[in-house]
Design a protein around this ligand. Structure first.
Ligand SMILES: [Zn+2]
Length: 643
């Protein structure tokens, strides 16, 4: 790994700069950067390689192909009104690609990628107006006026992604042209949307966490104040009452008064992330606690087994409590990314390790599910049941529908692929944290962790594991201070029977964390997590899956795919016997059950109790959900009816 030069503390900033997307000024835990944590092998290293080698180049090529990058050239040439292509928010996909590239450059030191990034930034910069305004859909000759459509225009949303890309550059040691463009745009936003400016908010939150992070990275207090102003303005009906209601934009009730996450899931979660950020910087526990309460309720009542959020297709929204239909699950990939963003901020603030469980579940079962094995097609929605095998997607066609039933190379609304790319590129920053007196190992990956304790003492750990293929995680202390310090190992909630071996002593380890103290250089601690496949039962209030069970193995949700069923057995006829434990099978499991065919009812599907006509014993192999549909189109289900 190429060492990166972390930016110095900017003048006026009290924030320690760390090569990570989130660097709060205070909190129970401190994040570590890309230069502090390496992912050397295993599940996530393979996906980081895929990101660098396939996903990022794929996204860059589609941004050229669709003309979304050329829109910036057309602004500079004065021709954009006649030639512009893409939806109103397409600029944001360019910025998310830049963010992904920036973290990839920070991670790998790839000079060719740096050259590519510079070339894209030059095109973006050429489209910026003298006063900092930057957008290819509004405000240029022949186009609708700036900020004339705050509800659907996404101008501030696009700035948010621009700022996050700039933060990635600053945090990886580059104060470059991208940063200058972002700072000019942020200054413009403060001038136009400040206390005496436009009294409105963007229909799509996103600028809020980005402004706070730009404040943390530059020390400019105006950005924090502007973020807070936008957060406080939301919920006061400045946006129109649309067919889905103002709750769609979270403009129905102020954040402090809301009890639930509601409306468009990605919007609700980005807003929550920004509110936690502002609350931490302004020492406003009431605001942070309000968001935490809403998020916890969503985890209890409005979250799928995979960690996915969003039950409605029509408005990409959260449903009511326990409204979690598996076949109509929306679970947008971006909502998974956004949930990780919220959970991570709450974890840093509170040190509640259960948020790292949420992050693990969501990363393995939503984020990892999106890209196809070759990194050239993506799921936008992540349903837990596919009734009929989908049509193959055309590798050269843009999918017009977000809910393509198979991974598609690109979408009309293509927010998800670059969101996956930036998340995979910054993944090392979610592996571990530091506190004054210890290090917390949150995710189990092969690699190294280096952390500074409160007094500046260094702890260096080498982690060896094949997780999640194997439950053994060996942590060797490479460097440690002479004084007492704690190593905390996260113990996932599902890990009943986990043990920790330390100096020959084996102790039971319980969720959410196990602390080992007094370790010295050369010591090895071995965590053993039970990865036997297990049955998981749904809360009976989730009507749509009552009478079914699922199988999980460690952090992985498993699913049945039609391609694994014996000849002549349809997935819809499969029932399983939860009295028989699922048997391990590679990274999946095998379950026993029956294929039950019922007599065809007369005309309507309703009437007398159905009569089984043909019952056949079957063994069914289950595979990790994240791998489904990698062997071609298939029917799939996570929740299996019981015999
Ligand atoms: Zn998306």
């Amino acid at each position: 790994m190429t060492p990166l030069t972390t930016s110095p503390r900017p003048a006026g900033s009290r924030h320690r700069q760390v090569a990570a997307p989130v660097a709060p000024g205070s909190g129970a835990l401190r994040p570590l950067g890309l230069d502090d944590v390496s992912i050397a092998g295993g599940f996530w290293a393979a996906r980081q390689r895929l990101n660098h080698d396939a996903i990022v180049p794929h996204i860059a090529s589609w941004l050229e192909r669709t003309g979304w990058l050329a829109n910036f050239d057309a602004v500079a040439a004065g021709t954009v009104a006649a030639t512009r292509r893409g939806r109103e928010f397409s600029d944001s996909e360019v910025y998310k690609l830049l963010e992904a590239m920036a973290w990839e450059i920070g991670r790998t030191g790839d000079e060719a990628l740096e050259t590519h990034l510079d070339a894209i930034v030059a095109r973006v910069a050429a489209a910026q107006h003298a006063d900092g305004y930057l957008n290819t859909r509004f405000g240029n000759p022949g186009q609708p006026a700036r900020y004339s459509q705050l509800d659907w225009g996404h101008e501030l949303y696009c700035y948010g992604h621009l700022f996050q890309a700039a933060v990635a550059r600053l945090r990886t040691g580059h104060r470059d042209r991208l940063v200058d463009v972002a700072v000019r745009a942020a200054d413009h936003v403060c001038a136009v949307f400040g206390p005496d400016g436009i009294q409105g908010v963007c229909g799509h939150p996103e600028i809020e966490p980005a402004l706070v992070e730009l404040y943390r990275a530059t020390g400019d207090e105006r950005y924090l104040a502007q973020a807070r102003l936008l957060l406080d303005r939301r919920g006061h009906h400045t946006l129109p009452d649309i067919e889905f209601g103002r709750g769609y934009f979270q403009d129905d009730v102020p954040i402090l008064e809301a009890t639930d996450l509601r409306g468009h899931a990605v919007r609700a979660l980005y807003l929550s992330a920004g509110a936690v950020d502002a609350a931490v910087e302004q020492d406003d526990p009431a605001l942070a606690d309000a968001v935490e309460g809403q998020y916890l309720r969503a985890l209890e009542r409005r979250t799928y087994l995979t960690g996915g959020m969003g039950s409605h297709h029509q408005d990409e929204a959260f449903g009511d409590d326990y409204e979690l239909p598996p076949d109509r699950a929306y679970c947008e990939t971006c909502a998974g990314v956004a949930s990780v963003m919220v959970a991570w901020r709450l974890l840093l603030r509170t040190a509640d390790l259960r948020y790292a469980d949420v992050i693990e579940r969501t990363l393995y079962n939503v984020v990892a599910a999106s890209p196809r094995e070759d990194g050239k097609a993506f799921f936008y929605t992540n349903p837990l049941q596919q009734r009929v095998a989908a049509q193959e997607t055309d590798p050269d066609a843009v999918s017009p529908r977000a809910h393509a039933q198979l991974r598609a190379p690109w979408f009309d609304v293509s927010c998800c692929p670059p969101n996956v790319a930036r998340t995979l590129a910054q993944l090392a920053t979610y592996v571990a944290t530091a506190s004054d007196d210890g290090v917390q190992l949150l995710q189990f990956v092969e690699g190294e962790v280096t952390a500074q304790l409160g007094d500046g003492a260094t702890v260096r750990l080498a982690v060896t594991t094949r997780y999640p293929d194997d439950g053994l995680v060996a942590v060797r202390v490479v460097e440690a201070p002479d004084r007492p310090w704690d190593l905390t190992l996260r113990i996932p909630a599902w890990a009943t029977g986990a043990t920790v071996e330390d100096g020959g002593k084996v102790a039971a380890a319980h969720a959410p964390g196990h602390v080992v103290s007094g370790l010295a250089a050369g010591d090895v601690v071995v965590l053993r997590l039970p990865l036997e496949p297990r049955w998981t039962h749904p809360d009976p209030r989730i009507d749509a899956v009552r009478g079914t069970v699922a199988v999980e193995r460690g952090p992985l949700v498993l699913c049945a795919e039609s391609v694994d069923l014996p000849d002549g057995v349809a997935l819809e006829t499969l029932c399983v016997d939860p009295m028989l434990p699922p048997q391990p099978d590679g990274d999946g499991a095998v379950v026993e059950g029956s294929s039950v065919r019922f007599a065809e009812p007369d005309r309507t599907p309703y009437g007398a109790p159905p009569i089984p006509r043909e019952v056949r014993s079957v063994e069914c192999r289950l595979v990790p959900y994240h791998r489904w549909a990698n062997r071609g189109p298939s029917a799939m289900r996570v929740w299996l009816p019981t015999t």
